[in-house]
Ligand binder design. Structure first.
Ligand code: GLU
Length: 444
């Protein structure tokens, strides 16, 4: 593969799209060897076709705030690749959202969804709108204005959005309500819906639960029990919540959670009602974690990240590139055993390289956090069948899917010395599935 020249051409075409270029580079470097064994891929221009999204919708979202002022945000939907199923992926509402971040997320989603074994293509969307400090009515008006544009591009068999950062149960309710009104259909063109209108049990927990099921499998390869281990978690939203819940249930102790304002260190463990309190914090719309420290009398570290604390397991659960090389060094010096990204691309490329070099168990987001979208796939199945599975039925399927993803990573990622390079494993397994399906379907 002419990796260097492909990357150079992409950089020239899309200057400044750092996250997107970072994600593409990681995948290309890890699949190079396998790709070169398949000259038919090169002939069919698989890479050139795979790195560009199928199409992108960009639109303005005008809405009126509570003071009567007109506000204008940008909205996007990146339909990345639908070779193996309808476009599928979340919507992110966050001030940091740019086309670059959504292109990286859509690209990652394509491989992640392939890994789940379910028939879902990759997509992502969102807006630079931030729910921080907005009233409920403002959030509703924004969601409705956003959907006024997006609805004509989505559908149960074309593109199925879901939540992501800033888009939780409340936002999905408002978005779906407007979609349903405009599209005049009710087949579940959204996942993460409320239980009363087509949602699936375990979907809210699924990303965090799936992450811990994956961590369990990773530790098992080394004969290590998660029980009694200390866990550093970043973030305090839906993903961090699910992760804290399952980690605690498995007998581990969660000692940190964090927000944009800093992190808290709770030596007794974030457990029981303290985990429920995370939801309260999220719903307050203030996007700060400091009130936890006040409420439970623990230490708060303003402006700092949780990776400076000693922990056996580190779980980034917030946003991309939230753990850098310095953080990786600190974690390694403190004896970290396992680092698993439950956020998408939570670690910088340098941090990932260091973990792999030092043979730390490292799980990349597209494998570790695939439980969220996998359970979205299960929600789509239930909607199509017009019935609901029980929580244990969904959870059992989720566990099986995570085990399967772990196995796929081992098949392609096991090194001669026995170390499992999960980055390589996940990238190759995801790529091979999409590439083979693209080969079968011709140049389209
Ligand atoms: N936003 C989640 C992800 O990054 C879930 C997407 C979905 O359920 O479609 O995978």
């Amino acid at each position: 593969m002419k990796t260097e020249s492909i990357l150079l051409a992409l950089e020239t075409k899309h200057p400044g799209e750092h996250e997107y270029l970072q994600a593409v580079k990681e995948v290309l470097l890890s699949i190079e060897e396998v790709y070169n064994q398949h000259p038919e891929f090169e002939k069919a221009g698989i890479i050139e076709r795979l790195v560009e999204p199928d199409r992108i919708f960009t639109f303005k979202v005008p809405w009126i705030d509570d003071q009567g002022n007109v506000q204008v945000n940008l909205g996007y939907r990146v339909q990345f690749n639908n070779t193996i199923g309808p476009y599928k992926g979340g919507l992110r509402f966050h001030a940091s959202v740019t086309l670059s971040s959504l292109k990286f997320l859509g690209f990652e989603q394509t491989f992640k969804n392939a890994l789940t074994t379910l028939p879902m293509g990759g997509g992502k969307g969102g807006s630079d709108f931030s729910i921080r400090g907005k009233s409920n009515a403002e959030v509703m008006r924004f969601c409705q204005a956003f959907m006024l544009e997006l609805w004509r591009h989505i559908g149960p068999n074309t593109d199925v959005p879901a939540g992501d950062i800033g888009v939780g149960a409340r936002e999905i309710g408002y978005l779906y309500g407007m979609y349903r009104k405009l599209a005049l259909e009710n087949t579940g063109t959204f996942t993460g819906k409320g239980l009363d209108y087509g949602g699936s049990l375990i979907r809210p927990e699924a990303t965090g639960f799936g992450g811990l099921y994956f961590v369990y499998q990773m530790l098992k390869t080394k004969g290590i029990d998660i029980k009694g281990k200390t866990v550093a978690i970043s973030g305090f939203g839906n993903v961090a919540w699910g992760a804290a819940l399952k980690a605690t249930e498995m007998g581990a102790k969660v000692v940190t959670i964090s927000g944009p304002d800093g992190y808290i260190y709770d030596p007794d463990g974030v457990s029981g009602e303290k985990i429920d309190y995370m939801l309260e914090l999220r719903n307050s719309g203030e996007d700060i974690v400091a009130p936890y420290a006040e409420k439970y009398g623990v230490e708060f570290f303003p402006g700092k990240r949780p990776w400076q604390q000693k922990a056996d397991i580190a779980l980034p659960c917030a946003i991309q590139n939230e753990l850098n090389e310095e953080d990786a060094k600190t974690l390694i010096n403190n004896g970290v055993i396992c680092v698993a990204e439950i956020s998408n691309m939570g670690c910088t490329a340098e941090a990932v390289d260091l973990f792999i070099e030092k043979k730390v168990l490292f799980g990349p987001g597209k494998a570790v956090n695939a439980g969220g979208v996998a359970t979205s796939g299960l929600e789509m199945t239930q909607n199509a069948m017009h019935l609901n599975w029980t929580a244990s039925e969904v959870d059992e399927k989720l566990q099986q899917i995570m085990k399967n993803i772990h196995e796929q990573c081992c098949i392609y990622g096991k090194q001669p010395d026995g170390y499992i390079n999960y980055v390589k494993g996940a990238n190759i397994a995801g790529f091979m599935k999409v590439a083979k399906a693209m080969m079968a379907q011709g140049v389209v």
